[in-house]
Design a binder for this molecule. Structure first.
Ligand code: MN
Ligand code: MN
Length: 464
């Protein structure tokens, strides 16, 4: 072996570069593939925040979690869950240290961009029955045309019964679709800017094309669709006004690539962090500090509403927990740490010009630690302190977790936010950590299995 030059040695000593996990830890390729088998099942069962919440409750039940009670007497090692309106679930493992000394929060969101039905959505146009939609979260509208869609949600009937709807996930189920023009006739549409390729009011979903058999009826195609809904769910047209129906891609999670390195699925922002957070909560059964894993809603539209992180719902729960465990909420927050576990944009070689590669997350380099998010000069971001960064990096490195640093694209290219700022508001040291995603917010998003596995390992390290 030839001796390294002095300069080369110095460069290795002083410089730093992040590396693909498979180069450093080839044994993790197989481990991560195994880890992601159940992840794909989870994704297929969790297309909406309600379904995700219900599925995580089922997993938590199997792990022996008990429902949190305001008058409960709890001790170290107890595992509890709390559900907020069927759309948030909080998992708690009581730590060895008193709660006063702080908790370890890990917060991911389980809502994803999609097409919601308008409150009065059903109509027919030239013999086709349709649903009108209003998109939820940031989508690139043109991506949603000619994509098979499934119908998920709940409808409250007049008598108070709640009907759950899920059509399009079973192999044998019908799907739904938004049409787009054929290339032969799209010369005019082709001249539209991409963000108007399909416009909001063109995101109309085809639901039927056979009329109700009665010549007297004016809107027989609409009526036939309504009759089918009535036969299946007992609902009428008026009941749409007391429903929440989400149209989501009818695609299943699957492996991507000849080497199966990647996972493709709808809604990985942010259910990939939700899954890894839940698995870490299950894994760390005797934490030093109480662990509080929160799956929240409404992040994609600004965390508003009483199931989003801008609400006091979490604070109220922490107050209740404090009463049971004998702690002052403000002391808990002040001494706590929080991972705002959300995805970040993975560097895309095909569209490299929107990224600063040195400060972007690369697929296969592990979870991305994001010091700040925001736009136009960090506006709307939490901007974690050096001390917080040091603590989180420290616990990842002690556990041999691969991680990387990154921000969301070039400085003036755009931006985005997470729930981190809301935990900052609560006086908690917070930083963003999550899985890099390609084609974020598309109907089909792409992640790396190695990143997913190391994100899980990072969460475990944070909780231990
Ligand atoms: Mn997100
Ligand atoms: Mn998002």
């Amino acid at each position: 072996m030839t001796e390294k030059s002095k300069g080369k040695k110095l460069a290795e000593e002083l410089g730093y570069s992040f590396e693909h996990i498979a180069k450093r830890m080839p044994e993790d390729v197989e481990r991560s593939a195994e880890f992601c088998e159940d992840y794909k099942v989870f994704m297929n069962r969790s297309k909406t925040e309600r379904e995700c919440c219900a599925y995580v409750k089922k997993l938590a039940d199997a792990e022996g979690y008990k429902e949190f009670k305001q008058d409960g007497k709890y001790k170290s090692g107890d595992r509890l869950y709390y559900i907020n309106r069927g759309k948030n679930i909080i998992l708690v493992t009581v730590g060895k240290k008193p709660l006063e000394e702080g908790a370890r929060f890990n917060i991911a969101h389980i809502d994803s961009p999609r097409l919601d039905l308008k409150p009065f959505p059903l109509y027919e146009n030239d013999e086709i029955a349709y649903f009108k939609t209003h998109y939820y979260g940031g989508i690139r509208k043109y991506q949603w045309g000619t994509t098979p869609l499934a119908m998920h949600g709940v409808v409250m009937l007049k008598d108070g019964t709640k009907k759950e709807i899920c059509i399009g996930e079973d192999e044998a189920d019908p799907k739904f679709v938004i049409s787009d023009l054929l290339p032969h006739l799209s010369a005019k549409q082709n001249k539209r800017p991409l963000n108007e390729g399909l416009k909001g009011e063109e995101l109309n979903i085809i639901i039927g094309n056979i009329p109700y058999q009665d010549k007297e009826v004016k809107e027989a195609f609409k009526l036939n669709a309504l009759k089918i809904l009535n036969d299946n769910f007992g609902m009428t047209e008026k009941d749409f006004t007391r429903a929440e129906i989400e149209m989501v891609p009818a695609v299943k999670a699957c492996d991507i690539g000849l080497d199966r390195a990647l996972v493709g699925a709808y809604g990985q922002d942010d259910k990939v962090c939700a899954y890894t957070a839940v698995k870490a909560a299950f894994e760390v059964t005797r934490p030093e500090y109480t662990t509080i894993t929160v799956l929240t809603d409404k992040e994609e539209i600004g965390s508003e509403g009483n199931t989003g992180m801008a609400s006091k719902a979490l604070a109220h729960f922490v107050e209740d927990l404090c009463e049971c465990l004998g702690a002052k909420p403000r002391n808990v927050y002040r001494h706590s740490m929080c991972l705002s576990s959300d995805v970040n944009a993975a560097y895309d070689p095909t569209f490299s010009d929107v990224f600063d590669k040195r400060n972007s997350s690369l697929l296969g380099h592990g979870p991305v630690l994001t010091k700040y998010t925001g736009a136009r000069g960090k506006s709307g971001s939490n901007d974690a302190s050096a001390e917080t960064m040091a603590k989180v990096i420290g616990c990842m490195e002690d556990a041999n977790v691969a991680w990387q640093i990154g921000e969301l694209g070039k400085v003036d290219e755009g931006g985005g936010g997470t729930i981190a700022m809301f935990m900052g508001d609560m006086d908690v040291d917070t930083v963003d950590l999550g899985v890099p995603v390609l084609a974020m917010h598309a109907p089909f998003e792409i992640t790396s299995k190695l990143d997913i596995y190391h994100t899980y390992k990072a969460f475990c390290a944070f909780y231990k």
